[in-house]
Design a protein around this ligand. Structure first.
Ligand code: F6P
Length: 557
């Protein structure tokens, strides 16, 4: 049993990491490494590739292609210790309210804690309700998959449409895309997130209302994009099947039962989660309902098991062998000591095409902060710009900049050893490209001694390689937990609250007041740029095609 009593308060470290002596030792050490090349490091130690690798439960991390030495690793480990990372991990897993600005515990790890365990929050076990909701989700998923759940006209559900945005969309959409091979043959999922009417128009376009179930997914149930899309979907359904059909074709996932009721969804069709699950950490809560319906409850539970295995590893393994800790500290090394401003995620697997966007929210919304948990300036750089695309496509797009641009970008290459298809020739080529890219980035062109400047590859461009045995619900769960915990490590070292997102509030507030003004005739009263743009839009709205309603957005503009 874990409870907050045993954990540190999680707020021992008030100051910037910059104030730690080891931070300065790392900076000095980095300067000393300036003239060291990756080629030299590999020459000096023929076992480097094996030595600077770690493996847990089938997941391999090769971090040898970074300009680091044993001393770098030692210093980074010391940074983690001096920064109280172990206490931080205990605080998170133990339910301490480390999300200080919202006074919340951070317990998304409980979503994948086995039913046989218990975790206490304010003296109450939070593992039990998690498994109760999982049970209700499984019942619905089974009923839909078997055709027992009937729509208003008696037909079975064949399409589930998840309506949500941010953490209520990116996780299930990414995982669905990744796990299509595990999907029910006759039940598909679709995702609507953007308030842009084109998004819902395209999703509804060829849908049969009689065989569609909408899942309105919103932690707060107050997100304007989601509620606008949900209202449009409801009107679309009611226009075709009548008011009575809503109960059979809409369910909700939220922490906010009151708003779900106010929207007109029967609380019996609501799947709950809790304020101690951050939006971007919520895929494994009921927010994953669309995924569970398509891959089945068993597949979903396998994903939870994979994530739990990594959580346990993160909680208990020595830092030197701890995959999330290693990834997090290497990120700190690049960001804070090598000046990297960006970080690229490069899955060599088309099924992981949506992973970069998912990790972008996870990393940038968690750690894109300038003040620490105590409201003081962080004093060091925090989250990098996270981006990426699957290989090999990226090679024919932006890899030019990775190889020869002026700004080195550390990369995570992600490969899957065993594909789900039988086109061996494709997979060999794909993996050959992955290995070739990391080698070219690290060492440059070893075969051309004196290339002309435009053909020269400087090398010394850092990358990690992560290998999964295959892509299954279990290994996807591992991968997600690996990055969630990596982001935690970095946030803890920087001293930021990785679990709030106040930076998105101003835009929401301004959009509300601009939205009101767009619909009025009064002169807008913002800055001269915004006013002119608004007037141009108002003019187009009155006279142009934007004013012409589409089939589904009637009355929304
Ligand atoms: O505005 C940002 C955000 O709050 C994200 O953190 C969250 O994932 C997303 O909006 C959606 O929020 P909700 O699930 O409450 O609709």
């Amino acid at each position: 049993m874990r409870s907050p009593e045993g954990a540190g308060r999680g707020d021992e470290v008030h100051a910037s990491p910059f104030e730690l002596p080891v931070w300065h030792e790392l900076a000095t050490h980095r300067a000393e490494l300036a003239s060291t090349s990756m080629g030299r490091l590999f020459e000096d130690d023929p076992r480097r590739g094996v030595k600077l690798s770690a493996e847990f439960d089938g997941v391999v991390l090769d971090y040898s292609k970074n300009v680091i030495t044993d001393r770098t690793v030692d210093l980074l480990m010391r940074l983690a210790r001096d920064r109280g990372l172990a206490a931080g991990i205990d605080a998170m897993f133990g339910g301490t309210r480390i999300n200080t600005t919202e006074d919340r515990a951070v317990l998304h790890t409980v979503l994948r804690t086995p039913a046989s365990e218990s975790v206490l929050l304010d003296g109450v076990d939070v593992v039990r309700p998690v498994h109760e909701v999982l049970g209700r989700m499984s019942d619905l998923a089974d009923a839909i998959r078997s055709g027992r759940w009937r729509g208003a006209t008696g037909r079975s559900v064949r399409t589930v449409v998840n309506i949500g945005i941010g953490g209520s969309d990116l996780g299930p959409a990414m995982a669905y895309h990744a796990l299509r091979e595990f999907a029910h043959a006759e039940v598909e999922a679709r995702f609507v997130s953007n308030v842009d009417g084109h998004d819902i128009d395209r999703v509804l376009g060829d849908l049969d209302p009689e065989t569609t179930l909408f899942i309105v997914s919103s932690k707060t149930f107050s997100t304007i994009e989601t509620l606008t899309n949900a209202r449009t979907a409801r009107r679309w359904l009611v226009d075709r099947l009548g008011d009575e059909a809503v109960g059979k074709h809409f369910v909700a996932v939220s922490t906010n039962a009151e708003q779900v009721g106010a929207f007109g969804i029967n609380p019996a069709n609501m799947f709950e989660f809790w304020d101690w699950v951050g939006g971007r950490y919520s895929l494994m809560s009921a927010i994953g309902l669309s995924l569970m319906i398509v891959i089945g409850p068993e597949g979903f539970r396998e994903m939870l098991a994979g994530a739990h295995a990594i959580d346990e590893h993160f909680r208990t393994a020595a830092f030197e062998e701890n995959l999330p800790v290693l990834l997090g500290l290497l990120g700190i090394w690049h960001r804070n000591f090598c000046g990297a401003q960006a970080f690229a995620v490069l899955p060599y697997d088309q099924r992981l095409a949506l992973l970069p966007a998912y990790l972008q929210q996870l990393d940038m919304e968690s750690n894109g902060k300038s003040v620490n948990r105590h409201g003081c300036p962080v004093g060091v750089d925090t989250a990098p710009v996270v981006w990426g695309a699957p290989g090999t496509n990226g090679q024919h797009a932006f890899f030019q900049m990775l190889h020869q641009g002026t700004t080195p970008v550390p990369c995570d290459f992600i490969g899957v050893l065993e594909p789900a298809h039988t086109h061996r020739v494709h997979h060999d080529l794909l993996m050959a490209n992955l290995f070739a890219q990391t080698r070219a980035l690290a060492f440059g062109d070893l075969d051309t001694p004196e290339p002309p400047p435009h053909r020269s590859f400087p090398g010394d461009r850092p990358s990690n390689t992560i290998l999964l045995p295959s892509l299954t619900p279990y290994t996807l769960g591992q991968l997600i937990a690996l990055y969630e915990n990596k982001v935690f490590v970095q946030g803890w070292i920087w001293g930021v609250n990785s679990f709030d997102q106040w930076g998105v509030e101003l835009g929401k507030k301004l959009a509300t007041s601009i939205h009101e003004d767009l619909r009025s005739d009064a002169p807008p009263d913002f800055d001269s740029s915004t006013n002119a743009l608004m007037l141009r839009y108002r003019h187009a709205r009155r006279s142009g095609p934007v004013g012409q309603p589409s089939a589904t957005t009637t009355g929304e503009i």
